[in-house]
Design a binder for this molecule. Structure first.
Ligand code: TXA
Ligand code: MG
Length: 311
C-alpha cells in the first residue's frame, strides 16, 4: 500500500468524505466522528436506522481517553486487547464534539482501536477519531474484502475511496462489552470471548433483552443476511441447496459445498464465514444450509451471526 494513497484517504476524511478502510475484523465505512455531515453520509449510504449508534475508532488509548471516561476495568481491557477486535462502551466525556448522530444522542460511546496497520496509519495521518460501521448496506452480509465493498457500493458517489488491504483475518465484527453500567455486559460476541475477558475483569453477563427497550443498540435481530434463506443446524441437504459445511465430514448431496473449516477450527471458520456467505448468496440456490457449529469459544460468535442471518 503506498503512502500517498493513505495520505489521500486521510485528507478526504478530514474533509468529511467517506473512505472504506480495512480492519482486522471487517471493512469499515469511515467518516470523521466529529462531523455530523460525515456521519449523516454514513447513515444514508448504508441505509442504516438512525437509532443504531456507531463505533468510534481511535489511533490509540490516548485518543480514546479524550472521548470516553475510562474506569479501571476499561483500562485493563484496553491494555490487554488493544489494538484488537474489542469494542468498549463507556460514558461519553462531556463537551466533546463527537457527532450526536454517531452516538444517537446517548450518553455513552463505543470505542475501539483496530489492529490493522493500514487503519492505524490512516488514523495517525488524519489525526481524528473515525466513526466506522461495517462497509455494507444495513442488514446485508458484512464485507471482509475490498471486492465485497465495491460490489455493495459500486454505483454510489457517497463513497470517495476504497482502500484495499486484502482479506480481513478475523472476519467477524468486534466483541462489544458495555462497561458503562454497574456490571459488565457482553453486547455482541466475537473473537475475543467471555472467557478471554473474564480473566481480566471477572464475570460478565449477557445482555438481558427482556430488560432493554426493543431497539436497544446492537440488538437488531435480522442482520448479516443473504438474499436467499439460510437454515442452521442442517442434518441433510438437497441438490437445490448450497451447503456451508464445518468439519471433516460434510453432508453429501448439495448443489455446491463450501467448508468453513475442514479441520473444525473456529478461527479459520470465522475468517471464512462472511466471504463464503457472499459466495453462496446466489439465486441459483433455493437456500443455504449450514451444518451445526458447536456453541463454544468463537463458535458462539459464529452462531450469533448465523442466527441473525437466518431470522
Ligand atoms: O469490528 C467492528 O466492530 C466493525 C469494524 C468496522 O470496526 N464495526 C462494526 O460496526 O461492526 P457496526 O456499526 O456494524 O456495529 C456497531 C455496534 C452496533 O451493534 C451498535 O448498536 C453498537 O455497536 N453500539 C454503538 N454505540 C453503542 C452504545 N453507546 N451503546 C451500545 N451499543 C452501541
Ligand atoms: Mg454491521
Amino acid at each position: 500500500m503506498n503512502i500517498s494513497q493513505l495520505e489521500k484517504a486521510a485528507y478526504l476524511l478530514q474533509q468529511d468524505h467517506l473512505v472504506a478502510i480495512p480492519t482486522e475484523t471487517v471493512y469499515g465505512l469511515a467518516g470523521n466522528a466529529f462531523s455530523n455531515q460525515a456521519v449523516a453520509k454514513i447513515y444514508a449510504l448504508k441505509n442504516r436506522p438512525r437509532f443504531n449508534p456507531l463505533i468510534i475508532h481511535c489511533r490509540d488509548l490516548e485518543m480514546a481517553q479524550e472521548i470516553g471516561v475510562f474506569n479501571n476495568n476499561a483500562l485493563k481491557l484496553a491494555e490487554a486487547f488493544w489494538p484488537g477486535p474489542l469494542t468498549i462502551i463507556l460514558p461519553l466525556v462531556q463537551n466533546i464534539p463527537v457527532s450526536q448522530l454517531a452516538t444517537t444522542g446517548l450518553k455513552t460511546i463505543a470505542l475501539r482501536v483496530p489492529a490493522h496497520p493500514i487503519a492505524l496509519k490512516i488514523l495517525e495521518l488524519a489525526n481524528i477519531p473515525l466513526a466506522a460501521p461495517s462497509a455494507n448496506p444495513s442488514e446485508s452480509i458484512s464485507p471482509t474484502s475490498a471486492f465485497h465493498v465495491e460490489k455493495a457500493f459500486k454505483s454510489s458517489d457517497g463513497l470517495s475511496m476504497i482502500i484495499d488491504g486484502g482479506d480481513c483475518n478475523v472476519g467477524l465484527e468486534s466483541t462489544i462489552i458495555d462497561l458503562s453500567r454497574k456490571n459488565p455486559v457482553l453486547l455482541r460476541p466475537g473473537k475475543i470471548t467471555k472467557e478471554d475477558i473474564r480473566s481480566f475483569i471477572g464475570e460478565l453477563s449477557n445482555i438481558d433483552l427482556g430488560m432493554e427497550r426493543p431497539n436497544a443498540p446492537g440488538q437488531l435481530k435480522r442482520h448479516y443476511a443473504p438474499s436467499i434463506p439460510l437454515k442452521m443446524n442442517a442434518q441433510e441437504v438437497s441438490e437445490r441447496q448450497a451447503l456451508l459445511a464445518f468439519g471433516p465430514f460434510p453432508i453429501l448431496g448439495a448443489k455446491k459445498t463450501l467448508n468453513l473449516s475442514p479441520t473444525a477450527n473456529f478461527v479459520e471458520a470465522a475468517a471464512n464465514l462472511f466471504a463464503m456467505l457472499h459466495e453462496l448468496d446466489n439465486p441459483e440456490f433455493e437456500s443455504i444450509a449450514v451444518m451445526p457449529i458447536p456453541y463454544e469459544g468463537i463458535g458462539i460468535a459464529i452462531n450469533d451471526r448465523l442466527s441473525r442471518a437466518a431470522s
